[in-house]
Design a protein around this ligand. Sequence first.
Ligand SMILES: [Zn+2]
Length: 395
Amino acid sequence: MLQQVISAIADRKQHIVNFLKDIVSIPSYSCQESEVVQRILDEMRRVGFDEVRADALGNAVGRIGNGPLTILYDGHIDVVGIGDESAWTHPPFPATERDGRIMGRGSVDEKPAVACMVHAAAAARELGLLDGVTLWVVGSVMEEDCDGYPLMHLIEQEGVHPDFVVLGEPTDLNVYRGHRGRMEIVVRTRGRSAHGAHAHLGDNAIYRMAPVIQAVERLNDCLHEDDFLGKGSVTIAQICSTSPSLCSVADSCEIYLDRRLTAGETPRSALAELRQAVGEGPEIEVPMYEATSWAGLEARQEKTFPTWVLPASHPLVQAGVEAATEALGRPAVVGRWHFSTNGVATMGRLGIPSIGFAPGREELSHGTDEYVEIADLELAARFYALFPSILRKHI
Ligand SMILES: [Zn+2]
């Protein structure tokens, strides 16, 4: 069967490359994914998916098969901004093909997974590898701003109930089984304004913040470290303040924290630690994500994203290792992401076993000159085609 998969994917390789170039060429910032969703739905129809639709949030959703084992392949299709365009060697849009690579914004994070998943699903069905399986392939929206939200919507509101999930965030063709969670936190100090010429009459909120900043820096040094997921961390992403004018004492100051949660840490424990570190004075709150999707749905969620990890011995990980070893022709490596993914919803919030496998290197995400190796697309597509039937043997 491996030889048949290898040859079926080789036959489709140029279609995968062309499809990927098309979807990378369409800018698809979060909440503006309409055009790329339509392009993905067209491709799903063309290769013979049984059901193809945009859901109410705007995710591109396709299904092949109708069996009792339900698997969800997810790849988010929104991208971050391009930063300083002059720093790009090749333009962020449209996609460029050169030296065996596809380049452009989203060429790693994470449109290649979607291009491979769509064609691999069609190839798997043709080869009879989806017997007993319902395979959903989803191009999810809004992930860059609120990881997990699109799949919470899909699973809780759209009647898609996967038994297992494969995430398409870049793993460099390794099998990933978890990552640190994260949360955003705002710390605020308040003071009392006065004219700068009479500053002694005021109470400067920025001075109140100074010891808080030092406490946050010290807190980072003593956070818990996990052997597999790495260390919990906290850093200050932004500071801002208000005052009636630039000739006045500042009356409020806010810092925005990025907190990464390792194994054993929860949003609740992180807030308690922070309170202890900064004392009773400053206000502490977790901000809300609020946005309107391209399809017009209002999204709202607290900005907490749970830590998750699946044991190496779990049948899903074992199936992933076997499928990767076959697809790659070498022993698969198991690891974890440094960043956060839609797994915060599937495994983190809902407890649905999840792994990651995709082409591309995580560290190229969000950078200039993001690229993926074309040879890796073929290997990833082989994995996606082989995986469902291998998973059936393991459960
Ligand atoms: Zn991503």
